[in-house]
Write a protein that binds this ligand. Structure first.
Ligand code: SAM
Ligand code: SF4
Ligand code: SF4
Length: 366
């Protein structure tokens, strides 16, 4: 497909130092660039078996050295470039983002940015929640808008087996409670469901968060980098998960909030609360995918399943104007035709059911 014509937007004077770029970025399939997932660190204090299994991510694993990670100045420059291309939302992720020292200082700077539409930049974070309770207030004060906490189980034994850490689940629940208490809104819980591993946790998770204001979203287990034991048989589809939820809690569909949203959302028919399903295996949503990902070492990935990124480091030095960085990102986005999830079952995939050597999830952050 040919590149589509890019509609012009008004290039007005910029109050926050944003470069005056007149056109949002579109890819080869006509998808705009709207969201940035910015990974701030590739290390994590969990060893979730589906993401960073301990036998692979051991003490000798070659994680990025501190000197290889982007500085906050570089991240802010990146964010400004992305904002000028149409990005309105930045999700901070990792590894475990709260392991990055001084993260609040970065958030404070990102939260001051304005999207090209004139709206304030929407700053979100995905975290395993283990360090959230003591940091929630400072994160909120810095300008974090909302938080998604990954929690795959309520049962201590299942949580322990999946996260491979010795932490009480209550520590994560405290984090969620604190996030709500300081006004981070909405607070969401993401649970990756694996057949015969934590499907027993679907109803307990829904029971726990119903009537609390915390939205629960169930995610199909994906064949991303790090999911070494993935096979089709390990996937519980969104439809199957929903049937389990509805065996106890009837749901009513909610309208999609915006194009490109990953979750199909429902509300409880009785009682309050939202439940969502993310079906990237059984019902891919590549057609509206507007997300770019930048790893902690400055590689741009245009798909979660990319095998290779584009190195942005040459444009991140002080001497290079942010406009040039933006144009190099635009060039990558213009060339993008990724739709891995839609093509997953095409013959180019090896029939072995083995995971492709795609970038590891803990480097780009999901
Ligand atoms: N450490 C943080 C956390 O766990 O929230 C942020 C990074 S983590 C890579 C981001 C999200 O990716 C988590 O919600 C995690 O459950 C999800 N994830 C990791 N591997 C996955 C897989 N194979 N399939 C589906 N989701 C996965
Ligand atoms: Fe760490 Fe998040 Fe991966 Fe679990 S899913 S190992 S918490 S990066
Ligand atoms: Fe987006 Fe790639 Fe996922 Fe499709 S497979 S929704 S293009 S990240």
């Amino acid at each position: 497909m040919n590149a589509i014509a890019e509609p012009l937007i008004a290039a007005g004077p910029s109050s926050d130092g944003l470069p005056r770029i007149a056109a949002p970025a579109f890819d080869r399939l006509g998808r705009p660039l709207r969201d940035l997932r910015l990974s701030v660190i590739d290390q994590c204090n969990f060893r979730c078996t589906y993401c960073m299994p301990r036998h692979v991510f051991g003490a000798d694993y070659p994680f990025l050295r501190a000197s290889e990670r982007l500085s906050f100045d570089q991240m802010v420059k990146l964010a400004r470039a992305f904002a000028s291309l149409g990005v309105e939302k930045i999700r901070i992720t990792g590894g475990e983002p709260l392991l990055r020292r001084g993260l609040e200082a970065l958030i404070e700077r990102l939260a001051r940015l304005t999207a090209a539409s004139g709206k304030p930049m929407d700053i979100a974070m995905t975290t395993n929640g283990s360090l959230l309770a003591s940091r929630a207030r400072a994160l909120r004060d810095a300008g974090l808008g909302r938080v998604t906490v990954s929690l795959d189980a309520v049962d201590q034994g299942v949580f322990r087996r999946m996260s491979d850490v010795d932490l009480p689940v209550t520590r994560i629940l405290d984090g969620i409670e604190q996030a709500q208490a300081v006004g981070l809104a909405p607070v969401k819980v993401n649970a990756v469901i694996q057949r015969d591993v934590n499907d027993s946790q679907i109803l307990p998770l829904v029971r726990l968060f119903r009537n609390t204001g915390v939205a629960v979203r169930f995610i199909e287990y994906m064949d991303v980098g790090g999911a070494f034991d993935w096979s089709n048989a390990t996937v519980l589809t969104a439809r199957e998960i929903q049937a389990i939820v509805e065996s106890e809690f009837p749901l009513v569909p909610l309208p999609a909030e915006r194009e490109g949203a990953t979750a199909v959302k429902y509300r409880h028919a009785s009682g309050s609360g939202e439940v969502g399903f993310i079906s990237s295996i059984s019902a891919p949503f590549c057609g509206a995918c507007s997300r770019a990902r930048v790893s902690a070492d400055g590689q741009l990935y245009t798909c979660l399943f990319a095998t290779q990124g584009t190195d942005l480091n040459p444009w991140l030095g002080d001497a290079v104007p942010v406009e040039q960085l933006a144009e190099s990102i635009r060039a990558s986005w213009n060339a993008r035709d990724d739709r891995y999830s839609e093509l997953r079952w095409m013959p180019r995939k090896p029939a072995t059911g083995k995971v492709w050597p795609t970038v590891r999830m803990s480097l780009i952050g999901g």
